[in-house]
Ligand binder design. Structure first.
Ligand code: CTP
Ligand code: CA
Length: 226
């Protein structure tokens, strides 16, 4: 099996996948998080590995285990994820499936906040670095293919199309994570693959199938490029 896998269309290609949520500390025992399980990113890393890629999997604290046979780099915060991504470069393709926290708590406390101090805690936020935008806009050493995800609840295609252009990635995988879709944390996904010249809606299917098809598209794009 190993030999067959290593002979896949992505043999010799190095691919980075980010996945999972990030945790942003408030104090040593509390953090800000989001509902990402890491399921889609994990499935994607597995599918890319199965096509023969050398996969670097940079993951926040996910609720599903990482795939076997890939290089796993565990991080907690957005800042740590950025550092791990930069350390993993150069790569042939990079897919940003992580649900990176947009903000971190300014001056997170080094000791546990106590109720007894009087009044309610006031949290101040600062924006996190946009890892996808940074890699997409690299002047030198940019991956040949950069793919982002866009989790939206309203005007999904419109927002995701604008997001792709703004960040400068090649493709964006848009998904509707609105209330009642059951996608965030669920086992299925309904995505639209958006590039500079097309928006292609895919039927709702298991996240493993979405991963498989996306991995095949990535393989085709890399093979077509050279
Ligand atoms: N992303 C990232 N670093 C961030 C925020 C987002 O790399 N600090 C990546 C995500 O991994 C995803 C894409 O950017 O591939 C889009 O994330 P999303 O949260 O939809 O976009 P934002 O620019 O943060 O916009 P929004 O205000 O809608 O959250
Ligand atoms: Ca965001």
């Amino acid at each position: 099996v190993q030999a067959a896998l290593a002979d896949g269309p992505l043999k010799g290609r190095r691919v980075l996948v980010t996945s999972g949520p990030t945790h942003e500390p408030i104090d040593p025992v509390r953090y800000i998080a989001n509902r990402s399980s890491g399921a889609q990113g994990t499935a994607l890393a597995r599918a890319l590995g199965a096509l023969g890629a050398e996969v670097v999997f940079v993951t926040g604290p996910a609720s599903v285990p990482p795939p076997e046979g890939v290089e796993v780099v565990r991080v907690e915060t957005a800042q740590e994820m950025l550092a791990a991504v930069e350390a993993a470069l150069p790569v042939d393709a990079a897919v940003f499936a992580a649900a990176v926290a947009d903000w971190h708590v300014l001056g997170a406390s080094l000791s546990k906040l106590k109720k007894t101090k009087g009044g309610l805690p006031k949290l101040e936020f600062a924006e996190n670095p946009d890892i996808l935008a940074r890699v997409s806009q690299m002047k030198a050493g940019r991956p040949g293919l950069v793919v982002g995800f866009a989790a939206e609840t309203d005007d999904v295609i419109e927002n995701a199309t604008a997001k792709r252009a703004r960040k400068g990635c090649d493709w964006i995988v848009a998904n509707d994570v609105g209330h009642g879709t059951g996608i965030m944390g669920g086992t299925e996904n309904a995505v639209t693959l958006i590039s500079a010249d097309a928006a292609e809606p895919w039927p709702r299917m298991p996240k493993a199938r979405v991963a498989q098809q996306l991995a095949e598209r990535i393989a085709r794009a890399l093979l077509d490029a050279h």
